[in-house]
Design a protein around this ligand. Structure first.
Ligand SMILES: [Zn+2]
Length: 283
């Protein structure tokens, strides 16, 4: 689950997502476009050039044609799929993991034990090197409790899952937390400051060529939304739907049900800080 807003930075029109990437990461676009998944889920194949094995990050939905295409692209490059890694458990990222594992024999690594298959978890700092290059796990909870980003140091790139999208902004899901999310954005922003980070490889939408700017946009956007929620509360709004209608007036109405989830996350954040007026809808 992804986009809160269709506004924000976009790619150049017609910029292909399928096949895009860096020296070691290549996107295979899944055929599941929607308001929430943008162009579809980005499945990533990650390997060192010339290496005989590849890591698949986010197999995408349980779409057998897509999964067979992922496998055949790996095979055409002379590689076997050695590991499947999930940035988080949402079905548009994880739904195909078991099918792809069945097609390839590769284990599935995930934060949530329910999604693992024949492999361990993804603790912060863990390094996945099945593809011949190091992919380091960065804990980035917030979009969901189990969200991680994957740092591909050799390409100065980070695979961001739904923590940062190629277009628009991300939502806080039912099992996410805004406080965690803000901390995760700060962690990624610090990485952009301390390393020569060149590219973000998102779970949906085109890759982003200016990580610091993209993260600043996200951090500013969250601060602006929070300010708008505080203003709505100050104006007397107490029901979630009323707050959504005021604060998300600039967003496609089809996304309002998801915006309501984000508002709930923001109200929970303000409640934790003792900022919620009595009578505000929280359940
Ligand atoms: Zn998601």
């Amino acid at each position: 689950m992804t986009a809160e807003s269709q506004a924000g930075r976009g790619p150049g029109p017609g910029q292909p997502i399928d096949g895009s990437g860096t020296g070691r990461a290549r996107c295979v676009l899944a055929p599941n476009p929607s308001l929430m998944t943008l162009d579809g889920t980005n499945t990533w194949l990650v390997a060192e050039p010339g290496w005989p094995a590849v890591v698949v990050v986010d197999p995408g939905p349980d779409d057998e044609a897509h999964l067979r295409r992922v496998r055949s692209l790996a095979e055409q490059a002379g590689r076997r799929i050695a590991a499947i890694v999930l940035t988080h458990g949402h079905p548009d990222h994880s739904g195909g993991a078991r099918t792809l594992a069945g097609l390839t024999g590769a284990p599935v690594r995930a934060v949530d034990p329910a999604h693992r298959l024949g492999a361990g978890g993804l603790p912060p700092g863990a390094v996945i090197d099945d593809g011949g290059c190091e992919i380091e796990v960065i804990a980035t909870p917030g979009h969901t409790y189990d969200s991680v980003c994957l740092y591909l140091r050799a390409d100065a790139a980070v695979l961001t899952g739904d923590t940062v999208l190629g277009r628009g902004t991300s939502v806080i899901a039912h099992d996410g937390s805004l406080a965690d999310y803000l901390g995760s954005l700060d962690r990624l922003r610090a990485l952009a400051d301390s390393t020569p980070l060149r590219t973000l490889l998102p779970g949906h939408g085109p890759l982003l060529g200016d990580p610091a700017a993209a993260l600043d946009f996200y951090i500013t956007h969250r601060a602006e939304r929070l300010a708008e929620i505080r203003a709505a509360l100050a104006a007397g709004d107490r029901a979630r739907s009323v707050i959504v209608a005021r604060v998300y007036a600039d967003v496609d109405r089809a996304l309002w049900p998801y915006a309501e989830i984000s508002v709930q996350a923001q109200l929970a954040y303000l409640a934790e800080r003792g900022e919620l007026p009595p009578g505000t809808q929280t359940g």
